[in-house]
Ligand binder design. Structure first.
Ligand SMILES: NC(=O)C1=CN([C@@H]2O[C@H](COP(=O)(O)OP(=O)(O)OC[C@H]3O[C@@H](n4cnc5c(N)ncnc54)[C@H](O)[C@@H]3O)[C@@H](O)[C@H]2O)C=CC1
Ligand SMILES: O=C(O)C(=O)Cc1ccc(O)cc1
Length: 368
């Protein structure tokens, strides 16, 4: 019999997981719920799910094989607590996608007990965008997907989960929730704080130097891109990972004091070494892998829904030699218009595309 999945939270990550599963095996039946009904309706229209549930625990949840919780991390804990009173299928696997693991796995151990097999999960790819419209079936291709199985989970359970997630084409890796939170604190959570703090620094200097905003391009935009992420999601991640983050604050402050000393005392050699060692380590990081870093520069185009529209628009871009990394029709409108999503490697290419499309057509373009 075809597997049945229930997905709670149909945003960027939930939507991308659902799309990757459906693309890989359309026979898998996915029921989806989101507190935002519009997100759920869009998920159905985009083909990410087969069926919308309008209540968080529908009566047919007892026939579901795997439950995915893809909500912000504090919500995930609330849902786990509520699940303890729900009748579920024997041997059901519950998993999540949250950016933190210790608190989530602790709640699963506390509330779900041995009755249910819980596998903490974290696909290590995403973007600063939110919502189902930003979801992509290939978002996790070649990315690491961390799993933190609880002690009641057997090897067969884990294989079953990995099989369902085969379409993500991610690289699965297992670790303890503690190790997960320490590592992601260093490479993901703390960098988000630093990115936001650099934005504050620019803003604070803008009053005195109004040109700051206009000149903030290139490297500044690269290093602060993640400051455009969802503040609600990041608030909860930081609160969940308080312990490791407090240590990282101390380390960072002493590191800043050290470099400050080099500048203050004009220690040229130490400054050179500082940058040289950083460059050496950075250059040695694994190369970007296809799909692990998603294409961030999407452009939406309102287009009439007729055959040949894709080749018409790509034809405009070809005339101006603008390269695309991806193209997709999103049928989200009830009327005759459809939406074309064009993805570009750089912001500059996207700017060129906006000008190009307005030069050759009257189609409206927009950025989400
Ligand atoms: N954004 C990213 O790049 C990544 C995020 N994550 C994790 O994935 C999870 C989801 O993040 P995104 O998909 O980016 O956020 P999102 O904002 O795109 O989607 C979250 C969805 O959950 C829904 N939701 C919130 N509370 C709910 C509840 N109580 N019941 C049902 N639905 C609810 C929201 O309406 C929204 O549609 C978070 O835990 C985050 O830490 C993991 C990897 C990458
Ligand atoms: O936009 C980016 O580069 C991210 O950092 C995306 C991201 C956000 C949260 C995660 O837990 C994992 C990846």
């Amino acid at each position: 019999m075809a597997k049945k999945i229930y997905l709670i939270g149909l945003g960027l990550i939930g939507g991308s997981i659902a799309l990757s599963i459906k693309h890989n095996d359309p026979s898998i039946h996915i029921i989806g719920f989101d507190i935002n009904n519009d997100q759920a309706a869009l998920a159905k229209k985009l083909g990410a799910i087969d069926e919308v549930s309008y209540e968080i625990f529908p009566s047919d949840i007892s026939s579901v094989d795997i439950i995915f919780i893809s909500t912000p991390v504090e919500q995930t804990i609330n849902i786990i607590k509520d699940l303890k009173d729900v009748e579920l299928k024997k041997n059901v696997i519950i998993t999540d996608v949250g950016s933190t693991k210790v608190k989530i796995v602790e709640s699963a151990n506390k509330y779900l007990n041995g009755r249910i097999k819980f596998v903490g999960g974290h696909p290590m790819a995403g973007s600063h965008k939110s919502g189902i419209l930003a979801a992509k079936p290939h978002l996790f291709e070649n990315a690491f997907y961390i799993l933190t199985p609880s002690k009641y989970v057997t090897l067969e359970d884990l294989e079953q989960l990995k099989n369902i997630l085969e379409g993500t084409k991610a690289n699965f890796i297992e670790m303890s929730p503690q190790e997960h939170d320490r590592v992601t604190g260093v490479i993901s959570h703390f960098p988000h704080i630093v990115a936001a703090s650099l934005v504050y620094q620019a803003k604070n200097h803008e009053e005195q130097f109004p040109l700051v905003k206009r000149l903030a391009a290139g490297g500044f935009r690269d290093i602060t891109r993640i400051a455009s992420s969802n503040p609600y999601m990041w608030r909860d991640i930081l609160l969940h990972n308080k312990g490791p983050l407090l240590h990282l604050f101390d380390d960072w402050i002493s590191e800043m004091e050290r470099v400050k000393g080099f500048v203050e005392n004009e220690e040229a050699e130490n400054l050179y070494d500082y940058f040289e060692h950083a460059k050496h380590y950075r250059d040695g990081l694994p190369e970007k892998q296809k799909g692990a870093i998603p294409s961030f520069y999407d452009l939406y185009v309102d287009v009439p829904d007729y055959p040949g529209i894709i080749s018409e628009v790509t034809g405009f871009l070809a005339q101006e030699k603008i390269s695309l990394t991806n193209i997709r029709i999103i049928e989200t409108r009830e009327e005759i218009y459809g939406v074309l999503r064009l993805s570009f490697q750089t912001e500059h290419d996207r700017e060129l595309a906006i000008n190009c499309i307005s030069k050759y057509s009257t189609y409206e373009t927009f950025i989400i």
